[in-house]
Design a protein around this ligand. Structure first.
Ligand code: NAP
Length: 245
């Protein structure tokens, strides 16, 4: 457990995933103690930092394991989604977020930090994709939990290992030319994974007086870059990078 008076006890859910797996070592490096909630703890074994975190086997849809994981936690990072579970993922995410918020409140967690998806401004929620609509709903559920919650929202995250980036890499490195679908003209605001981690981290790392005063507030913020490039321009940049090797 953390010994520095500024060190926090952090719970990282989704540590076997892209963002959680990168955040855990950042939190350790900043002197915090880290507990990971994982369905398959074995997946964490190969990480260099695996021996420095406490791992609790569990599932965010299981009340008992969530309670156990949250016990003694200062800051709980909610970095999971049920997209891989197929149809009905919205209900699974809704239930898990409700359960997590309730358990976090009961455990006296000081802050929940959630990373969701960036939704286009002015577009009614019913017009969003089921995934984005569900991500927004999860943010609302956590913010209504009674635990001060930072609900951050990002668009495509660029970095090695990110599913969206790997798809881009795969397409641009293998295909000599492509007939692009209409979504390439969709405007997007990509952000580098390093920036995402920098923005996630301070929510637990900085405990200035002002931050303490704000502790009762829940916030919903977008964190993507201010560059509104179309997906086609992201693809073009990647193609140029591949060509210039
Ligand atoms: N990657 C991006 O480009 C991107 C962009 C914008 C926002 N985000 C947001 O960032 C957050 C993290 O995304 P990610 O890309 O890191 O996701 P990811 O790589 O797909 O990882 C998802 C994680 O959730 C865990 N998980 C799923 N269902 C669970 C359950 N029932 N109980 C416990 N753990 C469960 C998975 O564990 P298993 O290993 O057991 O499956 C995995 O660790 C999400 O909220 C996402 O919306 C990501």
């Amino acid at each position: 457990m953390a010994t520095d008076s500024r060190a926090l006890r952090c719970l990282v859910t989704g540590a076997t995933g892209y963002i959680g797996g990168r955040l855990a070592p950042e939190l350790l490096a900043a002197g915090h103690s880290v507990r990971c909630l994982a369905r398959s703890p074995g997946k964490l074994r190969d990480h260099l930092w695996a021996g420095r975190v406490e791992v609790v086997r569990g599932d965010v849809t299981d009340r008992d394991s969530v309670r156990a994981a949250l016990e003694g936690t200062d800051v709980a990072y909610y970095l999971v989604h049920a997209l891989g579970s197929g149809s009905g993922f919205e209900e699974a995410d809704r239930r898990a977020a409700g359960l997590f918020g309730e358990a976090a409140r009961a455990a006296g967690v000081r802050r929940i930090v959630y990373l969701g998806g960036l939704t286009p401004e002015g577009v009614p929620e019913r017009e969003l994709s089921p995934h984005l609509r569900s991500r927004a709903e999860v943010g609302r559920i956590l913010m209504a939990s009674g635990v001060p919650t930072a609900a951050l929202r990002a668009a495509v995250i660029i970095g090695s290992g990110s599913a969206s980036f790997e798809m881009l890499r795969y397409l641009t490195e293998r295909l000599p030319a492509m007939v692009t679908p209409s979504w390439v003209s969709t405007r997007t605001q990509p952000i580098a994974v390093r920036d995402v981690l920098r923005l996630l981290h301070p929510w637990s790392a900085q405990r200035s007086a002002a931050d303490e005063r704000d502790a009762e507030l829940s916030r919903n913020s977008w964190i993507s870059s201010i560059d509104h490039s179309g997906s086609s321009s992201t693809l073009r940049s990647r193609c140029s990078a591949v060509r210039s090797r």
